[in-house]
Design a protein around this ligand. Structure first.
Ligand SMILES: [Zn+2]
Length: 230
């Protein structure tokens, strides 16, 4: 299972307001070019953008990446090179990764992105990971950061690391790395994963929109385009 059931559903209008410049069908930018969105038009098993396969293990981080081909490759390469040259790409707030679900037509932001600048020049190495038929085309591979880990309580992909005391934005669990359902953990008081989940589900059942961290991902304020002050 490569995908989680995204929490932050957005509409075409919200995407267009936030990222009005379409570089390719998958790559959108803010007016000033300081923010971008990658839209994954995901179909099951699509190797061109998959959280599961192919991926690249580097320094024990699992990266995933987006593959542009043909004219898209040239346009994306040009834009992304400029994006990086102007100092962007390593701050997760500058890239949204958006999953487009063809069946329902819904879009979900599933995490903030981050370009792995250190290996973006390793295009040849990245191409080696692709199926043979893809390598003969004009291809540009955009490597992104590792994907998020499942929270042991609510199973959402909300944790950047395991065992680093990340707090799950969905349920509020503080992760000390344990997966033992019945072990008491230091940071969560007397709660175990099991008892915390029971508590969380009670709250969730009485309020379907409940989320521990309450700042919404998409809000009128966040739709307002911000210009980076250098
Ligand atoms: Zn959680």
């Amino acid at each position: 299972m490569a995908w989680w059931d995204g929490t932050f559903e957005i509409t075409d209008e919200e995407l267009a307001a936030r990222y009005p410049v379409a570089i390719t069908s998958d790559l959108h930018a803010s007016d000033d070019g300081s923010k971008m969105a990658l839209v994954c038009r995901f179909t099951d098993g699509d190797y061109r953008f998959s959280l599961a396969d192919p991926h690249l293990e580097k320094d024990e981080q699992t990266l995933f990446y987006h593959v542009f081909t043909g004219d898209d490759a040239r346009a994306a390469r040009k834009f992304i090179n400029r994006f990086i040259a102007t100092g962007h790409g390593i701050n997760g707030n500058e890239i949204d990764l958006i999953r487009f679900e063809a069946d329902s037509g819904n879009m979900f932001i599933y995490s903030e992105g981050e370009i792995c600048i250190d290996i973006i020049d390793g295009q040849l190495a990245l191409l080696e990971l692709l199926p043979e038929r893809e390598r003969i085309n004009d291809v540009f591979v955009l490597p992104l950061k590792r994907y998020l880990y499942h929270c042991p309580v609510c199973q959402r992909r909300t944790l950047m690391y395991r065992g680093m005391y990340d707090i799950c934005v969905q349920c509020g669990w503080e992760d000390d790395g344990t997966d033992d359902e019945d072990e008491e953990t230091g940071p969560n008081g007397d709660f175990t994963i099991r008892s915390y989940r029971e508590n969380y589900l009670k709250i969730k059942n009485s309020d379907m929109n409940y989320r521990w961290f309450t700042t919404p991902c998409i809000s009128p304020k966040s739709l307002h385009l911000e210009t980076n002050v250098q």
